[in-house]
Design a protein. Structure first.
Length: 301
């Protein structure tokens, strides 16, 4: 990579403390831009001051012609903006030419989530299997579902939990979120019961030095990919929708809280969002609830 881009990635790691996955995404986007700039400008030794609005627009156009989704193109533009903003602050370029470049129009799609009756059926089934079989896999699955839905945590946050992250007596868990930011979120009584039932099964297989909460049969930390596959398969059976994922339980957590009248700012803190605008996507309440709120609140309804 160019020295400027390499310094920027180092800044993301040391100063902003971003996760390796996020930095890898930046690296891919910037390598893509560098390869395009070499071809577009006709030389390998280009300077970042040579990359103007025209080059950036051509780069985005090329990404679209290659069939990349609008959201992917928008992410690439975001990476370019961040790099050039950093280089401008360092004094390497006189201005940030990406600042005024418009990205593709994105449809604001509502995230998939489960209905309350689907959640009830899901946990009734999971609790029954965990009680009946009392195996590592079944008790671990119940813990997984309880923490994803009951606490609204992300997949990576769940996979990174250690046993000591949980304080079951106080009913809370300490999670490491995006940007390596820690937050404490509540743990439901049902989740605490599930964890207490699971821990003996965990101790039967866990390596002596393993601190992870969720472990495999080999006694090592369970991979995020394994969690994702397992939960996706279960949701497809119970919700009848193959497009639901681990994140759908987090979406359901936020949706059901807001539907029950929870404060938007409180939900923002629970989810670990930086911007309130990110949380507002969960305010896709049903027409029936809006009608009920209107009739119960308006003096002439």
């Amino acid at each position: 990579m160019t020295p400027g881009a390499a310094r920027f990635l180092g800044h993301l790691k040391t100063a902003r403390n971003l996760s390796p996955h996020t930095i890898a995404a930046y690296r891919r986007d910037l390598r893509d831009l560098e390869a395009f700039a070499c071809i577009h400008l006709g030389r390998d030794d280009f300077e970042w001051s040579d990359v103007d609005r025209g080059v950036i627009r051509a780069f985005l156009g090329d990404a679209g012609r290659r069939g990349l989704a609008p959201r992917t193109v928008a992410r690439k533009l975001s990476s370019v903006r961040a790099l050039l903003r950093h280089l401008h602050r360092e004094g390497e370029i006189p201005s940030n030419p990406a600042r005024l470049v418009r990205g593709p129009k994105l449809d604001r799609t509502l995230p998939g989530h489960l209905h309350a009756d689907e959640v009830g059926a899901l946990f009734e089934w999971a609790e029954s299997r965990a009680a009946k079989l009392n195996s590592l896999a079944e008790t671990r699955l119940l813990v997984t579902l309880e923490l994803l839905y009951g606490s609204g945590i992300r997949l990576a946050e769940l996979g990174g939990l250690d046993v000591k992250s949980l304080d079951l007596d106080r009913g809370q868990v300490r999670v490491l979120g995006k940007g390596r930011k820690e937050r404490i979120v509540p743990v439901t009584e049902a989740a605490a019961r599930a964890v207490r039932n699971y821990l003996p099964r965990r101790e039967e297989v866990a390596d002596g030095g393993c601190r992870a909460l969720l472990v495999s049969r080999q006694g090592r930390r369970l991979s995020n990919r394994h969690i994702q596959r397992t939960v996706r398969a279960v949701l497809a059976d119970f919700a009848g929708a193959a497009d639901l994922s681990v994140h759908s339980l987090r979406h359901s957590f936020a949706t059901h809280l807001l539907d029950a009248g929870a404060d938007l700012m409180a939900v923002k803190e629970l989810l670990g969002h930086v911007s309130l605008g990110t949380t507002q996507i969960y305010t896709h309440t049903s027409r029936e609830r809006l009608t009920r709120v209107y009739k119960g609140s308006h003096p002439r309804a």
